[in-house]
Design a protein. Structure first.
Length: 591
């Protein structure tokens, strides 16, 4: 943890050199020069750190609790910046604002002694609070982890400490810049002659910057600056991507209730070293809050674990657009077919990751597509998921004849060991089972692929250059050059929501990925199509996914689409997708 905090602090220190903060430096300097001494620069610095830190860690909680559009905060911050800029140009507005701040400062302390310094600090604090709302730093792995855990409302003590240390690193050079800039302007005899004119010029800079923020053009400017200076992004990623930092970030993220990307968090030891086949022993919670049953035996309307006592039950948490779940289904259906007559019951618990996955017809179609013959329960409200304290897709809970969970396994793989455990529990019921184990191939990825990538703002993590974008309408975005590996960028017009991004006009997505196969969950708001390019060229038989025809994919239903299949030639490539309007994109997965 100490090493992670060190790198978080260093990352904060070098933020002053990041292109993402450059558009705000003139406004910080503009706000500082009007004050005397260190109090106004200190107020600006503290204000930026407070508002950025609080909003980063709590905005998802606030939006969920109060049910408001988070852009309201941003627009209010823009209004404050316009007010501050106007006060530096229009004398009556200056007097009005100073009167308000003076009365507030008078309430903070006793009498008039020291009131002017208080006013300077409060002026700076107000400007800093507004800037902290609209500032989006260039995100490396550390800041991306903070943003993701905050967006998924999984903020713990460790992530708060990491955030505070990162902000401490940001604050030191930010204060030095603001204070040094103020001193240079005020100590220069030449500049002192034009103090009034300079103040008006800087007021204009604040107003222009506020308007850029209001129109989202500040993000375009950031992207252009990052294109011009790609070395910074490469530096910050290298700085934060060493093995020690990755290990510490993984520890913090291990409590995250998110999809597991094909890697078991709780792997079973090998057969040669484990004392037995099982890794736990506790009474299974009852199925609860099921919103619908599919594939039930004739004459039954529901199932309970209590009614299945005496049988071996395999609970499989899955969702039909999860590629990791899809790769496990042939094994699960094979076990059911092989052992159902011996007393094995398989229950698929379909817990949706996206809103459209709650649709019963979609689930029925997936059941048919993947040849599932065992009962499937729709857990649309996460009630059974919560009862099992489950965190991952896919997840398996193997329950013995007494209703106790004897084995848990998260992610893909370990199929042979799981089947051995099933057979052992069937033997405990008195059944005779064959010693043969299925020879179905294990398709768990053996190489490190690009990570699962969400395209809604709530869980967005790998957008370049800022890590993520807020839910909003974006017009005329420009795709960014020099995209780092495992990052994506958007071009054209997009509507970004918490759960997905929707193409509007001239919409383009580019992703620098490393994998053999690329999948994308999509849904047509209006039926359309996408064009898929790899490294700037159309697709052919050597790299087309199963849903691609002559580089085009018709988007006719909400499901997982197979876009790229390199036929075993895993490598790093630039994927470009061009969208017709009305295509909603949810998440990339890789194989």
């Amino acid at each position: 943890m100490i090493i992670l905090l060190f790198f978080a602090f260093v990352s904060g220190l070098v933020t002053i050199a990041a292109p993402c903060i450059w558009p705000l430096l003139p406004i910080i300097l503009s706000s500082s020069i009007a004050g005397q001494g260190h109090r106004r620069p200190l107020g600006i610095t503290i204000g930026v750190l407070i508002s950025f830190g609080i909003l980063t860690l709590t905005i998802s909680y606030l939006v969920s609790f109060f049910k408001f559009d988070p852009n309201i905060i941003r627009y209010f911050a823009v209004f404050i910046l316009l007010l501050l800029g106007g006060a530096m140009i229009i004398p009556p507005l200056t007097r009005l604002l100073e009167g308000i701040v003076s009365r507030f400062a008078g309430r903070v302390g006793q009498g008039q002694v020291g009131q002017l310094p208080k006013q300077d600090f409060i002026h700076g604090l107000i400007a800093g609070l507004a800037l902290g709302v609209v500032w989006t730093p260039c995100a490396g792995p550390i800041l991306a982890t903070i943003a993701t855990l905050s967006a998924t409302r999984a903020v713990g003590f460790e992530i708060v400490i990491v955030t505070l240390v990162y902000l401490a690193g940001v604050g030191i050079p930010l204060f030095i810049f603001a204070y040094a800039g103020q001193r240079v302007v005020q100590k220069s005899r030449f500049l002192n002659r034009y103090t009034g004119t300079l103040q008006k010029i800087f007021g204009g800079i604040i107003i222009i910057t506020a308007l850029l923020i209001f129109t989202n053009y500040d993000k375009v400017l950031q992207a252009k600056l990052l294109d011009a200076v790609p070395a910074y992004s490469n530096f910050i990623v290298k700085l934060e991507s060493n093995s020690v930092v990755k290990k510490e970030l993984d520890k913090i993220k291990s409590g995250e209730k998110d999809e597991m990307v094909g890697k078991p968090f709780n792997p079973m030891p090998s057969k040669e070293t484990r004392p037995d086949l099982f890794n736990t022993n506790y009474l299974a919670p009852e199925l609860t809050g099921i919103t619908g049953w599919l594939n039930l035996p004739e004459g039954q309307s529901s199932l309970t674990l209590k009614s299945l006592r005496g049988k071996v039950v395999l609970i499989d948490f899955w969702t039909y657009t999860c590629i990791n779940c899809i790769r496990t289904l042939p094994h699960v259906t094979s076990w059911y077919s092989k052992y159902k007559d011996k007393g094995l019951v398989v229950l698929g618990i379909h817990t949706p990751e996206f809103e459209f996955e709650k649709n019963t017809k979609n689930v029925e179609q997936a059941i048919k597509q993947y040849g599932i013959e065992y009962p499937v329960a729709q857990d649309n409200n996460y009630a059974t998921w919560t009862a099992f304290d489950n965190h991952y897709w896919p997840a398996k809970y193997l329950i013995d004849k007494n209703g106790k969970v004897r084995l848990t396994h998260f992610g893909e793989g370990k199929y042979e060991e799981t089947e051995e455990a099933i057979k052992e529990l069937l033997k405990e019921t008195g059944q005779k089972v064959s010693e043969e184990v299925s020879t179905m191939p294990d398709e768990t990825p053996k190489t490190r692929n690009s990570p699962e990538t969400y395209l809604g703002s709530q869980r967005m993590e790998f957008y370049f250059p800022n890590g993520r974008v807020n839910s909003d309408s974006y017009r005329d975005l420009k795709t960014t050059l020099n995209i780092p590996v495992n990052s994506f960028t958007l071009g054209g017009d997009w509507e970004v929501t918490d759960e997905y991004s929707e193409s509007v006009k001239n919409s383009v997505l580019e992703y620098n990925f490393s994998a053999n196969k690329v999948f994308l969950v999509m849904r047509p708001h209006t039926e359309g199509k996408i064009k898929v390019l790899l490294d700037g060229k159309g697709l052919d038989n050597s790299n087309s996914g199963s849903d691609v025809r002559n580089s085009f994919v018709p988007i006719t239903s909400d499901r997982l689409y197979n876009l790229i299949d390199l036929k075993g030639n895993t490598g790093k490539h630039l994927l470009r997708i061009e969208f017709t309007p009305g295509i909603q994109i949810f998440a990339f997965t890789f194989g």
